[in-house]
Write a protein that binds this ligand. Structure first.
Ligand SMILES: [Zn+2]
Ligand SMILES: [Zn+2]
Length: 416
């Protein structure tokens, strides 16, 4: 792992307003060199390197086949990226049909985080792959590191053709479930402050989409474990009561399930109520939302019509109930109903965590609510378009997301 001085030398040469620091708990992080106001651009950064998949390439198909047969936990995509990050010196005379990079570029890629470096379980398969490709196993360690560099640090660059990009500077940010900055990637990655950041404070981003940030702690941790292989210990994940799992007590008051397990926060009226009754039904609701997430709109609407009233009754401040209300709002028969659904969504969202009102997902719901309000007053002739379906693939925000437009307008001016 490259030392902090080298990385800071690189950041200084770019005139960056963030600096790299080493911490015991998180390793390398980026901290602000000066104060930033909410909405300030912290930096813009072009991709260091972009790799496109080539499904027509024989080599790519060979990698897919290999990953399948050997049950390799690293998909063909990451093997392809590693292969295309080798230099002419690495391959010597080998006529592999992949693109080569310069030694300087490879050195910079190797600065990045490769958390499984000491986990040798996949190494025999990697060695076999190199042999199958006619390469020498001397390259095993480097190939293994490059593969992890792409898996853990790359950003989705385009869907068609599928391409991954590495932004060097942005790769040093750690994740937080209430991040203080927000990135948008198009040609360049643009990082903006979500809230005021003081000089010396760590600048964090979210590795989850803005919609996923509203999910329960268990869900967020599971996603981060699968995609980035770490256990999130951010302040929000460390809170005992999970504000994305709000339950209506028998007496009507609002209670919360614990972030881990099934403890229920105490009721003001002192009701004794076994949490297991709630968690069983919660589990069914979560399963339902997961199963129907990719269904067509009519199926999702039918599901939401059947289950949303009961879900709202028992789990009024729950991320899965919010999901049902979203599906309902997409197909509501009347403007009044749509407006009510968006109001219920917003009730949950604005309460779920401290930074929720600066979240793009919230911004979309506020926009939709405002449009339905105007529409039901007769100010707007046409019904508003549905909120865009967020991509499950991208780690941040689509370039078309309204972060810039809405956060800087609607979110600063309360909607009437
Ligand atoms: Zn977290
Ligand atoms: Zn009660």
């Amino acid at each position: 792992m490259e030392n902090v001085e080298v990385i800071n030398g690189y950041l200084q040469s770019r005139g960056s307003l963030v600096q790299c620091a080493l911490t015991e708990s998180k390793g390398r992080i980026l901290v602000a060199s000066r104060d930033f106001e909410s909405g300030d651009v912290i930096y813009t950064e072009p991709p260091l390197h972009i790799i496109e998949e080539d499904e027509n390439s024989e080599l790519f198909r060979q990698l897919e086949q290999f990953a399948l047969v050997h049950d390799l936990c690293y998909s063909a995509r990451w093997c392809w990226c590693a292969l295309n990050s080798l230099t002419a010196g690495d391959l010597e005379q080998l006529p592999l049909r992949c693109s080569l990079i310069s030694e300087g570029l490879q050195r910079q890629l190797l600065w990045l985080c490769a958390p499984d470096e000491n986990d040798s379980a996949a190494l025999p398969a990697i060695q076999q792959l190199l042999l199958d490709l006619g390469m020498t196993t001397d390259l095993t360690d480097k190939f293994w590191r490059l593969l992890q560099v792409w898996k853990y640090n790359s950003f989705e660059y385009s869907d068609d053709p599928v391409a991954s990009a590495i932004y060097l500077q942005a790769s040093f940010h750690s994740h937080d479930c209430n991040p203080n900055s927000n990135w948008v990637a198009d040609e360049q990655l643009v990082l903006r402050a979500r809230r005021p950041i003081a000089a010396g404070e760590e600048v964090t981003i979210s590795y989850l989409s803005d919609e996923e940030l509203f999910e329960a702690t268990m869900e967020r941790r599971m996603r981060l474990r699968i995609s980035k292989d770490f256990h999130c210990l951010c302040q929000r994940c460390s809170e005992h009561w999970d504000r994305s799992r709000g339950v209506r007590c028998r007496c009507g008051s609002l209670r919360f399930l614990a972030a881990e397990g099934s403890d229920l926060s105490p009721c003001d009226a002192g009701c004794a109520w076994p949490a297991v009754e709630v968690t069983k039904r919660e589990e069914l609701l979560v399963q339902l939302c997961r199963q129907q997430a990719d269904a067509d709109r009519a199926t999702r609407l039918a599901t939401a019509q059947s289950f949303a009233p009961a879900a709202h009754q028992l789990l009024p401040r729950h991320w899965a109930t919010e999901c049902l209300h979203k599906w309902l709002a997409e197909g509501c028969a009347t403007k009044k109903e749509a407006k009510e659904c968006e109001e219920k969504r917003l009730e949950f969202l604005q309460d779920a965590y401290e930074g929720a009102m600066r979240n793009t997902h919230t911004a979309w719901v506020m926009q939709s609510l405002a449009m339905w309000t105007l529409s039901s007053c007769g100010v707007l002739r046409e019904d508003p378009p549905p909120s865009p379906a967020p991509s499950t693939e991208r780690e941040g925000y689509e370039a078309s997301d309204p972060t810039g437009r809405i956060c800087e307008t609607s979110l600063r001016k309360p909607l009437c």
